[in-house]
Ligand binder design. Structure first.
Ligand code: GLA
Length: 768
């Protein structure tokens, strides 16, 4: 089922085990289970029995999914079997002699494990002897696709046949997409003392101090019997100079049940560094290690002085409610004044919020001045009253990447308040968008619509109109989500056959932005990639939105099917997703971000390619949040690339939990100015060497923005020839993250860029 699959892919993103590596150092101390597996598609209780004859079954590798081994796209049950002798020498050579562990690798999605015909565990939990198997293991809500399976049995457990043949049979259930046992690191070994050590280290999470960053790592001995002794080795690597800055060893000493906390301090550095932690316990055959980038803040702190920030151009339709919060940073209170405002607009002098209705079409140059106790600043904003909305890419927040279907009205409200409280609105962040999960679920006993057909909200959203009003009271904008299908991706009521009515309802609630997500409309299509089938439902909602007496920015979400960039603007779209969903890994972000060249010609004021929402800060797609798994370098790349691509910037994190690093990433006005540049040019690749790619963006003032991205897994020294950017006679170079002019470059720009990092510059052409 699509909904279930969708959930699965989203949950793929939640686990953070990728940061952890347990390195087995086994020699004679383990029985490898890496080869010799038999496989059969289908399901029967007989497959669990040791005397079942599996001779005719296929052989299968367990280091990759079954999909690329002759079982493409299989959802359902399948069995793996292996025959193996478990020698009692394992016990003799082991330090801990109590239990034997079956390490069965990662299994996508669910598993039930039999040893010699007896069920010993399912979904990473042991089951007691004589447990009776059922099918419930296959219907869990969350996929365990990324969880390494480990089943421990007491050495005295009669289900183990020492020094004789054992048959391990694994019943796997896959929801869809990739399936099977795939991580390859399968083995049988006696329990290692390291398996009793719990390390809590919150990957990527550091606390800011006056001079740098602090990190806590906590060790807990979970055993009731065994004391632990060992070391933590910590090294800090400078990723630009490529040398070790620090290396030290700390003793670990833990009585059974004990907890030991270590606190580390790292100096603030001006560039990328990585800290690596390696834990080695005495009597252990394994090591535990993890590495993380230490945050480094590039943008100098904002002074109390005033600045008027982008977007400097803003479009609205005549006669529709007008609302625009002028983004101004600096110490508050401040006082705003404006010259050249179109008739019908008034300015709230304290907050800089423009409201009203402009009847007369035209371009209005409004000179805004703002004052505080440190001084004043002025800037001209261009208000274009015409037909085009989203003259610059929409910026704001969306609930999906953080709350998923657990979104509530209170959480949205809190996000809106946070945009103002943490001064994000001062830098142009203005949309507050509710994603899926506000409607009535399709499988509820409650109808999804009132008797008159009007769409209903679920109990988590008691009053949409009030929510819209409160967002507008802050000068911000309110976004909502629906689907052209009968159901949304989350299985909630969609707009199918109610498009006009829903557009009117949204307008009444004060909606300023609609994300319209294909989802279950696919069930009604023959070919999901056929523009002839995709265009009508999107055009229909496009018309419905045009017909209401409010401006509603139209965000098309159909994952790039049927080359949406070629027709999205034609159906009224202001932005359209160009790919499937993003999640917070380098691979996914890079896969999406670095494949946008083909879409570049289609971006421009009023119509943008959307490479999906931002994945920085605390994310979760549900109630359990984790800190982004992107390293600091990868986060600089993410924001730089999205800005160069003129991508919509929608934060997808918990705004009440913004750390210093994340805040720095999203409040550099020069970065935002690149994204919000009035020309609306989408950067494209202009040069590539040694896995370093240059993206070039033309800016409205004639300057150029260039991002040099290192896609390699090592540091790269690059020399970017300026002629590629059409520069023959030298140019002033400005480091945009550091907000510093670095000097004049004649023919080239040289940079040392850490793995997955970026050097983002503006090339300032001499004024004529
Ligand atoms: C799809 C979209 C996501 C999100 C979810 C909601 O997966 O691509 O951005 O809106 O649906 O269910």
């Amino acid at each position: 089922m699509q909904f279930v699959q969708n959930q699965k892919y989203l949950l793929h993103t939640v686990f953070i085990v990728l940061f952890t590596a347990i390195l087995p150092l086994f020699g004679q101390s383990a029985v490898p289970l890496t080869q010799g597996w038999k496989f059969h598609w289908g399901d029967s209780a007989r497959f669990a029995q040791p005397d079942y004859n599996d001779a005719t079954w296929d052989t299968i590798a367990v280091n990759r999914w079954w999909n690329d081994q002759g079982y493409p796209k299989k959802a359902g049950f399948a069995w793996y079997r292996i025959h193996v002798v478990i020698p009692s020498t394992l016990k003799q050579s082991a330090y801990l002699k109590d239990s034997l562990v079956f390490h069965l690798g990662k299994i996508d999605d669910f598993d039930q494990v039999y040893l010699n015909g007896h069920l010993i565990g399912e979904n990473n939990h042991a089951v007691p002897p004589n447990a009776v198997p059922t099918d419930t293991f296959a219907s869990r809500k969350h996929s365990l696709w990324d969880v390494p399976r480990r089943y421990a049995l007491a050495v005295t457990d009669p289900r183990i046949h020492w020094d004789a043949e054992n048959v391990i049979a694994i019943r796997v259930y896959n929801w869809g997409g990739p399936g099977g046992i795939y991580s390859g690191d399968l083995r049988i070994a006696m329990a290692d003392i390291l398996e009793y050590l719990q390390v809590t280290y919150n990957p990527g999470v550091f606390q800011k101090t006056a001079s740098g960053w602090e990190k806590q790592v906590m060790f807990r001995n979970r055993s009731r019997k065994y004391p632990m002794q060992g070391t933590l080795r910590l090294t800090v690597q400078d990723n630009v100079a490529e040398k070790t800055l620090r290396s030290e060893t700390h003793p670990i000493e833990l009585a059974p049940g004990d907890v030991q906390e270590m606190q580390f301090r790292f100096r603030e550095r001006s560039h990328s560094t990585t800290v690596r932690y390696v834990v080695q316990l005495e009597h252990s055959q394994q090591q535990f290690q993890f590495a993380e980038g230490i945050p480094y803040i590039l943008t100098p702190p904002h002074s109390q002085a005033l600045a008027l920030n982008p977007p400097y151009v803003y479009g609205q339709r005549p006669g529709h409610p007008f609302i625009f919060r002028i983004p101004a940073s600096g110490a508050r209170p401040m006082a705003f004044s404006a010259h050249g405002l179109p008739p019908g607009i008034s300015l709230d002098a304290r907050n800089g919020i423009l409201r009203g209705k402009v009847l007369q079409r035209g371009t209005y140059r409004v000179r805004v001045t703002v004052r505080n106790r440190y001084g004043s600043a002025s800037h001209t904003y261009r208000l274009v009253i015409g037909d085009t909305l989203a003259l610059t890419p929409p910026m704001g927040w969306n609930s999906w990447n953080v709350w998923g279907l657990a979104v509530t009205q209170d959480r949205v409200q809190a996000a809106a308040r946070a945009l103002v409280k943490y001064h994000l609105a001062d830098f142009g962040w203005q949309f507050v968008n509710v994603d899926d999960g506000w409607e009535i679920p399709g499988n509820s006993t409650q109808p999804g619509r009132a008797p008159n057909g009007e769409i209903l909200t679920n109990a988590k959203f008691p009053d949409m109109k009030a929510l819209g009003d409160s967002i507008h009271a802050l000068g911000l904008k309110f976004g909502i989500y629906s689907s052209p299908g009968p159901l949304t991706c989350g299985g909630y009521t969609g707009s199918y056959q109610h498009e006009d009515q829903d557009a009117r309802t949204f307008a009444r609630w004060g909606v300023d932005y609609l994300k319209y997500d294909l989802c279950h409309y696919r069930d009604l299509m023959k070919d999901v990639n056929d523009p002839a089938e995709l265009i009508p439902p999107y055009a229909r909602m496009g018309r419905a939105l045009r017909d209401v007496s409010r401006d509603i920015v139209y965000s098309i979400c159909e994952y790039g099917n049927g080359k949406v960039w070629e027709w999205g603007a034609r159906v009224g779209g202001n932005l359209w997703r160009t790919t499937g969903d993003i999640w917070d890994t380098w691979e996914r972000m890079a896969e999406i971000g670095f494949q946008q060249d083909k879409t570049a010609p289609y971006a421009g004021p009023g119509h943008w390619n959307d490479p999906d929402m931002l994945i920085i800060g605390w994310l979760g797609w549900g109630n359990n949040l984790h800190y982004t798994r992107l390293t600091p370098d990868e986060q600089y790349t993410h924001i730089s690339l999205w800005a160069l691509l003129s991508a919509p910037l929608l934060l997808g994190c918990d705004l009440e939990r913004l750390d210093a690093f994340t805040l720095n990433l999203i409040t550099n006005p020069e970065i935002i100015a690149i994204d919000q540049d009035a020309l609306g040019y989408q950067a494209r690749t202009v040069w590539e060497q040694d896995s370093v790619r240059a993206y070039l963006k033309k800016l409205a003032d004639g300057n150029l923005a260039v991002g040099l991205f290192n896609l390699a897994s090592q540091t790269r020294k690059v020399v970017f020839p300026l002629r590629v950017a059409g520069i023959q006679q030298g140019v002033e170079v400005r480091d945009v993250w550091r907000r510093q002019t670095v000097g004049r470059a004649q023919q080239e720009i040289s940079a040392t860029i850490p793995s997955h990092g970026v050097y983002l510059v503006k090339l300032l052409k001499a004024r004529k």
